[in-house]
Design a protein around this ligand. Structure first.
Ligand SMILES: [Zn+2]
Ligand SMILES: [Zn+2]
Length: 253
């Protein structure tokens, strides 16, 4: 069969997606995309997959479909630490996210907050974001770092080339490379091209992610694929757990 792009990150009704697993699979097939279900697995996210038992039931359901089996784990929530290796191996790959970051004073800050904490500058925010990513990369045995440039709404108004220093970009891609974690080109929170180029230059693998929650979004990875190709990444080098393996152990002998 000819190469097909893989959407490594999409949601279903198991968490906050609008489509059933079967609908995600059918929609992706119509778009010529290999689908993944990567619902939120967390005690601090909108999801029903919020305990080790619920994770087993979720995987039981995904195993009945022709779909890659993933989950989007919050770094700041401990549920990912509670899954036994036999459960972890049932995932084809795992996605990790900074839905909260740790600030310099050690408090957690939710990245969907409408406002930054009083007195926190954009530069201090990015410093905390990158420091949190560096901790995530060491601690979490994930395969894909979701939406690497997700920041609170007020910071999305800023030019990313000014919000992000080149030093912060370097630290982010070095941490991913050292851990063997792929950089997601998210269609939902699109990274700036300079950062994606830097990831590729450091040998970090790219992963395509719709992060789709609706019929309009799921398996829509045309923009991420076009960006990867523009940068010169070969299609077959884009992350595909069945080709490149996974840290879950799913493809180990
Ligand atoms: Zn997310
Ligand atoms: Zn997501």
């Amino acid at each position: 069969m000819s190469w097909q792009p893989t959407d490594c990150h999409a949601h279903s009704t198991h968490s906050d997606g609008a489509l059933s697993v079967a609908e995600v699979v059918e929609l992706a097939r119509d778009l010529g995309v290999r689908p993944t279900i990567s619902d939120h697995i967390s005690r601090d996210a909108p999801t029903t997959v919020d305990s080790p038992r619920a994770v087993e039931r979720y995987l039981d359901d995904l195993e009945r479909a022709d779909v890659l089996r993933s989950g989007e784990f919050c770094w700041h929530d401990a549920l990912w630490l509670e899954l036994p290796p036999a459960t972890v191996r049932r995932f084809t790959h795992r996605v990790g996210s900074l839905h909260s970051i740790r600030l310099a004073d050690d408090s957690l800050f939710r990245v969907f907050n409408r406002e930054l904490p009083l007195g926190l500058t954009p530069a201090a925010y990015i410093e905390a974001h990158v420091s949190s990513l560096e901790a995530l990369a060491v601690e979490m045995p994930i395969d894909v770092f979701a939406h690497p440039t997700l920041v609170p709404p007020p910071l999305r108004e800023l030019d990313p080339h000014e919000l992000w220093t080149e030093q912060h970009e370097e630290r982010l891609v070095r941490a991913l490379h050292a851990a063997g974690i792929a950089f997601e080109i998210s269609n939902r929170y699109r990274p700036h091209e300079r950062l994606v180029r830097r990831a590729v230059a450091h040998g970090v693998r790219l992963s395509l992610g719709s992060d789709g929650h609706s019929r309009e979004q799921v398996a829509n990875i045309a923009h991420p694929l076009a960006l990867a190709r523009k940068i010169g990444v070969r299609d077959e080098d884009l992350y595909d757990p069945t080709r490149h393996g996974s840290r879950t152990g799913a493809f180990d002998e």
